[in-house]
Write a protein that binds this ligand. Sequence first.
Ligand code: HEC
Ligand code: HEC
Ligand code: HEC
Ligand code: HEC
Ligand code: HEC
Ligand code: HEC
Ligand code: HEC
Ligand code: HEC
Ligand code: HEC
Ligand code: HEC
Length: 304
Amino acid sequence: MRPRNPILLAALFSVVFLGFAGFGPAQTSQKKAPQTRWEAKSYSQFLEIPGAERLGSDQCQACHEASYKSIHHAAHGLRKLDCEDCHGNGSLHPGSKDYKEIIQFRERTAEQANGVCLSCHARNEGLLNWQSGRHASQNVKCIDCHQVHAAETKLATFQESNAKCESCHHKQAAQSKLPYHHPTREGKMACADCHDPHGGAAANNLRGDSVNQLCFQCHTEYEGPFTYQHAPVVENCTKCHTSHGSVNRSLLTVSQPMLCLQCHAAHHNGAGIPLLNQCTSCHSAIHGSDVPSATGGSVFIDKP
Ligand code: HEC
Ligand code: HEC
Ligand code: HEC
Ligand code: HEC
Ligand code: HEC
Ligand code: HEC
Ligand code: HEC
Ligand code: HEC
Ligand code: HEC
Ligand code: HEC
């Protein structure tokens, strides 16, 4: 990228001086960072249009009034980015026969299209895992989720954000329509509350070091530590719960008593009546307890 526009230069400089080095073009940043295969790569190559010079946004406006207007309502326009910061230098484009000498994101491969976005965003903290994530390796484009010419570049509402995810992830979309589900469908929660769409260190891009660490972010009451722990709870919440939706109350993988009978034998009360219904009507502290039973230990009868 060769910014000639003084406003753009000023904008980039102020951004760098304010410490947001993430938004400088990747190849000029002096920030020390591990040289991974991808960081070593100069994303600016994805902006190059051989032989083209910069025209300036005013020229583009003359023929693309609608796009000019829309970007100026969006985050990038408000940050005074030029058209050519994303579409490449434009001088060959109006003169060319088929108007092809310009960057068209839909026509490009994912690597080429995303490369343009990453020329500025590669060092955003939130995007550091992008290249190692499944979305990158499966050729998902930034613009599959972000509409940069729309009024909101960021996915502003949970509904909007979840609809994007569900347009590709049909299985989870169907599960979220089951009677018991996290309130993604109601727009009270985002798929992205649990998953980082930009990739992540944990499996399934979970926003936590493990499944349980993720769940505890919102369900803190089950974190304990309890004097008497229930082994499967400590191990993994998904031993008993699904995340995306279930026909069973409380998002249980299997309904009671079968849930418990997968690991335990049924038992009788003193009068020899089998207790084959809702095990947790007695074992209500199933996630752990600090209250010992009469016989010592705990059978998770009393909530702490
Ligand atoms: C003289 C008029 C003219 C100028 C100046 C001009 N364009 Fe275009 N541009 C066109 C025409 C005509 C097309 C082809 C229209 C179509 O296919 O819908 C086009 C196509 C495009 C496309 C592809 C549209 C698509 O549907 O994928 C982009 C992107 C684009 N121009 C961006 C720019 C940018 C950025 C500038 C400024 C550097 C610019 N244009 C300057 C006339 C112009
Ligand atoms: C932040 C990067 C960025 C900036 C800045 C930007 N564009 Fe775009 N533009 C895009 C992307 C990405 C698309 C593809 C949108 C899509 O297909 O969803 C696009 C699409 C277009 C199109 C095709 C029609 C459409 O809306 O799909 C035209 C024409 C266009 N841009 C012109 C411009 C002009 C003119 C400017 C400056 C006033 C500009 N763009 C600034 C990224 C940018
Ligand atoms: C020339 C540099 C540059 C390019 C290229 C660029 N961006 Fe940005 N982008 C910025 C800056 C600067 C901001 C504002 C930073 C902020 O909000 O903190 C921004 C903000 C954003 C935001 C946050 C918007 C918000 O509402 O907070 C998203 C999402 C985004 N860009 C996506 C993209 C995508 C997708 C592309 C490629 C089509 C792209 N950007 C290309 C510089 C760029
Ligand atoms: C699978 C959907 C998806 C894809 C693909 C995606 N994003 Fe995002 N992006 C989101 C969502 C959802 C948010 C808002 C939630 C958040 O902050 O993580 C977001 C937020 C952002 C933000 C603002 C917050 C931040 O982390 O700075 C930027 C910038 C951004 N994305 C850039 C990009 C770029 C660049 C790409 C391509 C390399 C990309 N995104 C690909 C879904 C996506
Ligand atoms: C354009 C299609 C597309 C969109 C939109 C999309 N994804 Fe994906 N996603 C994929 C593909 C393809 C894969 C890899 C194949 C698979 O695992 O299903 C994937 C994989 C995943 C994985 C598994 C990651 C791993 O490490 O195994 C998660 C989690 C995920 N996506 C979450 C999301 C979320 C959350 C959103 C919305 C913010 C989203 N996706 C939007 C296409 C998409
Ligand atoms: C409450 C947290 C949570 C929410 C909300 C959530 N997920 Fe997940 N997701 C998980 C966990 C945990 C896993 C790991 C697999 C498992 O054990 O269920 C996972 C796995 C996945 C996978 C990879 C596994 C597979 O079966 O392919 C995809 C794709 C995915 N989720 C997409 C989504 C989408 C799309 C949404 C929104 C409709 C969503 N998730 C909402 C927690 C969540
Ligand atoms: C970002 C916050 C968040 C995270 C992370 C989260 N949850 Fe939830 N969970 C909620 C909300 C919100 C509800 C709905 C509460 C309500 O309706 O009163 C809920 C409800 C539930 C319910 C009760 C559902 C019902 O039908 O009664 C279970 C069980 C549950 N979550 C398990 C989990 C598990 C297991 C994890 C980890 C994989 C997890 N949650 C991660 C926010 C979260
Ligand atoms: C051994 C199976 C099992 C494991 C493992 C388990 N749960 Fe549960 N959970 C249950 C049962 C059974 C219920 C329903 C309790 C009832 O109906 O009285 C429940 C209910 C819940 C509820 C809903 C409570 C309400 O008031 O509606 C939440 C939230 C929850 N569990 C979160 C978690 C979290 C977080 C983990 C991991 C730390 C976890 N569970 C691990 C069996 C389990
Ligand atoms: C994935 C297997 C698994 C599931 C499902 C499971 N448990 Fe457990 N449970 C264990 C293990 C392992 C222990 C600890 C080892 C032991 O003492 O038997 C335990 C311990 C217990 C204890 C204490 C036993 C004692 O002798 O002190 C009770 C009571 C109990 N579970 C009840 C339940 C109930 C009720 C459910 C269903 C809501 C359930 N468990 C679901 C594996 C499971
Ligand atoms: C009416 C209340 C009640 C119901 C319903 C109930 N339990 Fe119990 N359970 C108890 C009591 C009380 C103890 C403690 C017995 C003792 O200490 O001698 C106990 C003990 C246990 C133990 C510890 C080992 C043992 O056999 O003493 C396990 C495991 C257990 N229950 C599993 C279950 C399962 C699985 C279900 C559902 C199929 C269930 N319970 C239903 C009251 C109940």
